[in-house]
Design a protein around this ligand. Structure first.
Ligand SMILES: [Zn+2]
Length: 255
């Protein structure tokens, strides 16, 4: 029997990677702009499937039903109000330290769930112990960065995950995920100690387009950053770690 990826409890379910409330916000915003159907592209097992989707649906086979209605829905409720404002029209949003913490946790939770969209045989970057420690105490894995940006372009939902090196013998040691939900783009980057100080790559990030959400500063933060990224800049963002660290082209999902 399959068990939950966070608490090891029973309960297998097909869940949406993107929570329903967030899909609704994006659909309403795009519908207001006259958009009714979306071209979706999903890569499964090396094969890219294209289809038209009116609902922006993308499901994940990760079994986490027992957690979904508990701490995870708690996280959704903590971010829903201010994230809606960011996602719907990309309006200026003040992030106090509490909001920063909630948003950072929501993004990390989404990344951990996102890893389960690929085949079960593929090794995950985040370990069982890290997922459990996050669920129990919101403990953050080492060597992790999160940024937030504002994007204005044709893609209502977009995601690219990169894990390296790809090997069936050992888990990946480098991880990056870029996610866009309408006007809000987030990026996660993490690496294992054995890889040396890859933090220098993260620390070199310029703040014009990307605000650093984690490691956090004690100050209030005003989102968005000065420069909004367009489609071309989003492509650059997707691959910035791949280019620096080497590796194959990451899986890309456009919805
Ligand atoms: Zn669970």
């Amino acid at each position: 029997m399959r068990v939950c990826g966070f608490c090891n409890g029973p309960g297998v379910n097909q869940e949406h990677v993107w929570p329903d409330w967030l899909r609704k916000v994006i659909l309403e915003s795009r519908a207001a702009g006259g958009m009714k159907h979306f071209h979706a592209e999903i890569e499964r097992g090396g094969e890219t499937k294209k289809f038209k989707s009116p609902k922006l649906e993308m499901k994940v086979g990760m079994p986490f039903e027992s957690c979904n209605h508990g701490w995870m829905s708690g996280l959704e409720n903590q971010v829903k109000t201010f994230m809606t404002q960011m996602v719907y029209r990309g309006d200026k949003t003040l992030l106090d330290p509490e909001r920063q913490t909630h948003l950072m946790r929501w993004i990390l939770k989404t990344a951990m769930v996102y890893e389960f969209t690929s085949a079960a045989a593929q090794r995950k970057y985040f370990s069982d112990a890290e997922r459990l420690a996050f669920k129990e105490r919101f403990e953050i894995p080492q060597n992790l960065w999160i940024w937030v940006a504002r994007y204005d372009g044709v893609r209502p939902m977009h995601s690219v995950q990169h894990r390296a090196p790809k090997s069936s013998d050992s888990p990946p040691r480098i991880y990056s995920l870029t996610l866009s939900a309408n006007f809000l783009t987030v990026q996660v980057f993490a690496f294992r100690e054995s890889e040396g100080d890859l933090g220098q790559v993260a620390r070199a990030t310029k703040p014009e387009r990307l605000l650093q959400l984690f490691p956090a500063s004690p100050d209030w933060m005003s989102w968005p950053p000065p420069i909004t990224i367009d489609d071309e800049a989003l492509d650059v963002l997707d691959t910035r770690f791949v280019k620096v660290l080497g590796g194959s082209v990451p899986r890309r999902v456009e919805i």
